[in-house]
Design a protein around this ligand. Structure first.
Ligand code: BMA
Length: 374
C-alpha cells in the first residue's frame, strides 16, 4: 500500500469514528457538550419523548420564586426533563424579562436545570426594533427589512444581539464550561401575530434575518453553546413548513408550535394535524440527519381532565419527537396555565401520561451531555 493511500484510509477511519461521536451541528464550532447533547437527542427521538414545561421552576399556580419548586414536581415528585425560558426584553438591557422574571434568577435556574441533567430551551419575544412596540406590534411591514444588513435599524439590532450573546455566554457551569441551550429564534413565523410573521416580511428577508443572526452569534460573538430550532406554528403541508426554512446549515432541530384550541370538539382534528406534521418532521429528520421536537403546545386551562392521555399522547405516540414542551403556568393571569397543579382535575391523568414507558421526566434521564467515550 502506498503511504498516501494508507494515510487516506486512516483519515477516512478517523472521520467515520469521530462522526459517530461528533454530529454535524449548524455551528461547526459548537462545544463538545453541545454536540453531545445533539447526539443524545438523535438517539432519543423515535424511542422516548422528554417532557418539558415553560418557566417550570420559577413560578406556578399560587406561588412564585420558591426555591427548587415546580408545579410538575408538586404533583408528581419529579422535575420535567426540559425547561423553556424566554429572553424577551434582554435586548433593552432590562433586568427582568417580559413576564417579570429577573434574568439573574433565570440564569440560576438554567444552571440548576443543567446540573440536574435537564435541557434548557430559549425563545425570544424581542421588542419591535422599528416601532418600539412589543413582539406583537404588527403595525409595520418594514421591521425585518430594516434590521437585516443594509437596513436602517441594523446597527440597533446588532446591539440587541450583543445583549442576547452576553446572556448566552454567561451560562456556564462551576468549571466555567458553557452550558448548551436550544435557541428558538423568530418562532411561529407562519402566523400573523409577531412582527416577523409571514404577512409582514418577504421570504428572502426572513431567511436573511435568520442566517445573519446565526452568523453574528457564532462568528462575531463566538457563541458556541447553541443548537438552533426552527419552529413554525400550525401548518398543514411540507411545502408550508419549509417555505421559509433557512437551510440545513442554519438549523439543527425542527420544531412545531401548535396549541389545542376549541376544547373537546377540536381534539381529534388537533391529534390528526399534529400527527401529520410529526410525520413530515420525522421523515425530514431521518433524511437530513436532524432532530425533531414538539417545541410548544398545550390546551389553555386544560379543559379536558384526560387531555394528557386522550389528546397529547396520541398526537406524539406514533412519531416520537425528542421532546414535547407545554407552555407556562402563569401565576398572575387567571386560567393561563398548560400544566396541572395540585388540585387540578387533570392531575390523575397527567400521572398516567407520566407513567407511559416512552415518556421521560428528569428521573429517567441518561447523561445527555457526555458520550461513553468522554
Ligand atoms: C405568551 C403568553 C404571554 C407571555 C409570552 C411570553 O404565550 O404566555 O403571557 O408574555 O407568551 O412568555
Amino acid at each position: 500500500m502506498n503511504t498516501n493511500y494508507g494515510l487516506f484510509l486512516i483519515s477516512l477511519i478517523i472521520a467515520a469514528c469521530t462522526s459517530v461521536e461528533m454530529p454535524k451541528t449548524a455551528d461547526t464550532k459548537a462545544t463538545k457538550e453541545t454536540k453531545n447533547l445533539y447526539a443524545s437527542l438523535k438517539a432519543i427521538q423515535g424511542k422516548k419523548i422528554l417532557f418539558g414545561h415553560q418557566d417550570a421552576t420559577v413560578y406556578g399556580i399560587g406561588w412564585k420564586y420558591d426555591k427548587d419548586q415546580s408545579d410538575i414536581k408538586k404533583i408528581s415528585g419529579d422535575y420535567p426533563a426540559v425547561y423553556g425560558w424566554d429572553l424577551g426584553h434582554i435586548e433593552l438591557g432590562d433586568s427582568v424579562n417580559l413576564d417579570n422574571i429577573h434574568f439573574d434568577l433565570m440564569r440560576q435556574h438554567i444552571i440548576s436545570a443543567y446540573r440536574r441533567g435537564g435541557i434548557n430551551t430559549i425563545s425570544w419575544h424581542l421588542r419591535n426594533p422599528y416601532t418600539n412596540g412589543s413582539s406583537w406590534d404588527v403595525s409595520s411591514n418594514k421591521v425585518v427589512a430594516s434590521i437585516i444588513p443594509g437596513g436602517e435599524k441594523h446597527a440597533r439590532y446588532l446591539q440587541w444581539l450583543d445583549s442576547l450573546s452576553l446572556f448566552l455566554s454567561s451560562l456556564v457551569d462551576d468549571s466555567g464550561k458553557a452550558i448548551p441551550v436550544l435557541l428558538r429564534p423568530f418562532h411561529e413565523h407562519t402566523g400573523n401575530w409577531f412582527w416577523w410573521g409571514a404577512p409582514y416580511c418577504s421570504k428572502e428577508d426572513y431567511i436573511t434575518l435568520w442566517k445573519s443572526t446565526a452568523e453574528y452569534l457564532r462568528n462575531v460573538k463566538q457563541v458556541h453553546n447553541v443548537l438552533y430550532i426552527y419552529s413554525p406554528d400550525r401548518v398543514t403541508s411540507e411545502e408550508e413548513y419549509f417555505d421559509r426554512f433557512p437551510g440545513d446549515d442554519y438549523v439543527d432541530i425542527l420544531g412545531l408550535d401548535m396549541y389545542h384550541r376549541g376544547g373537546e370538539s377540536q381534539a381529534s382534528t388537533f391529534v390528526t394535524e399534529v400527527q401529520q406534521v410529526m410525520n413530515i418532521l420525522e421523515e425530514y429528520a431521518q433524511k437530513h440527519d436532524k432532530v425533531f421536537v414538539f417545541s410548544e403546545t398545550g390546551a389553555e386551562g386544560i379543559p379536558m381532565s384526560d387531555w394528557f392521555t386522550a389528546v397529547l399522547y396520541p398526537s406524539i405516540e406514533m412519531h416520537k419527537p425528542a421532546y414535547v414542551l407545554v407552555w407556562r403556568n402563569a401565576h398572575d393571569i387567571e386560567g393561563h396555565h398548560y400544566a396541572p397543579y395540585p388540585g387540578h382535575p387533570s392531575v390523575d391523568d397527567f400521572l398516567l401520561f407520566k407513567s407511559k414507558k416512552d415518556i421521560y421526566f428528569e428521573k429517567n434521564l441518561p447523561n445527555l451531555y457526555k458520550t461513553t467515550k468522554d
